[in-house]
Design a protein around this ligand. Sequence first.
Ligand SMILES: *Cc1c(COP(=O)(O)O)cnc(C)c1O
Length: 402
Amino acid sequence: MTSTQRTHFETLLPHAGQGSLDGEPLVTPITQSTTFCRDGLTSEAQHCYSRQSNPTVAALEKTLGQLENAPPAVCYSTGLAAESALFLSLLSAGDHIVCSRALYGGTTRILQQIFPSFGVETSFVDTTSPEEVERALRLNTKLVFLETPSNPTLALTDLAAITEVAHRRGALVAVDNTFLTPLLQQPLDHGADFSIYSTTKFIEGHSVALGGATVTRSEEHLERLRFVRTCTGGIQTPFNAWLTLQGLKTLGVRLERQCASALSIAEWLNQHDAVERVHYPKFTAPAQRAIAERQHLGADGAVVSFELRSGTEGAKELLKKTELCRLVEHVGGVETLITHSASMTHGGVPKAERELVGVTEGLVRISVGLEPVSAIIADLENVIGSPSSQPQAEVTPCPAAL
Ligand SMILES: *Cc1c(COP(=O)(O)O)cnc(C)c1O
């Protein structure tokens, strides 16, 4: 994204979904109605029934589309509803998916426990390696599903390289862009066919409304997505769409503050004696850093993960004793949120699989909030102490293959 484009998006955000006609409300109202009046049987009313479309949801969809230079998004009640609807739209019995192994636990669960009963099989591979993705592609592979940065170890996937391989072999590419949002990463510009979001996280940003969205520049795919949503339900509610629009207005300023603080916290942790390993793009292997430089738009996001040398016991103590950092299963709120991935977000993933993607028992994930960074660091320091005054040897870089 050029700086002009960024200025354009950041100018658009405070006006998300607003009207401008004489007498129109400045803020999009909540159209809390299940159904809409029609003027006779030949009526061409814009909205008929709120399972199909709704004016408040449409205002959110328009803004989310604009943020990726795309037609209006398709919005859902949750991020997982968006993912399920994408799979239902694209796949039939006998089809195959290639998917990042390091992935949001809920996505793994749908693909492992729901879709196999409908004859859709998934191979989970290390998508940080385009060669490994290529080897996993089969004649019946319809979709490559990626998450970058991955949750919680922030492994980065090269979107342009994977998209090139997938398209050459006739598969579509979808990217879960929840962690970075369109302001920090534009998957469609790297060739992906779909950007998919849990708007529950950074986009809504205040921990009050669940939501999901899919963005594509293909009218054909959009039509299919809308049809599947009308048939199966799962559309966003007007109230949650309204809350999400309200949150979206401050996304730019929130991310600016949260990413700057996340970088400072990662730097602090990186020189801390008690810390074994920090997962943040700035401190990863050179090949991974090169991906961040190509794909991320000026910042690496507001999530930092790390492992304490004291392992599980140390992590438990930290999670229990921090006061400002709130222990919850969530990212992207205005408060600093701290999570033990192995027992919380990835609790349903078998231990061996968790460890394969670096979700160890001692791993702690922080979603950095809007508090002053000094207060967040003081909260951590109360438990793990201050970094040694001795300059540390390099912290073990996280392996590129996570
Ligand atoms: C939370 C999350 C989801 C699921 O979203 P819900 O809105 O909770 O259904 C999907 N992907 C990622 C990366 C997430 O963090």
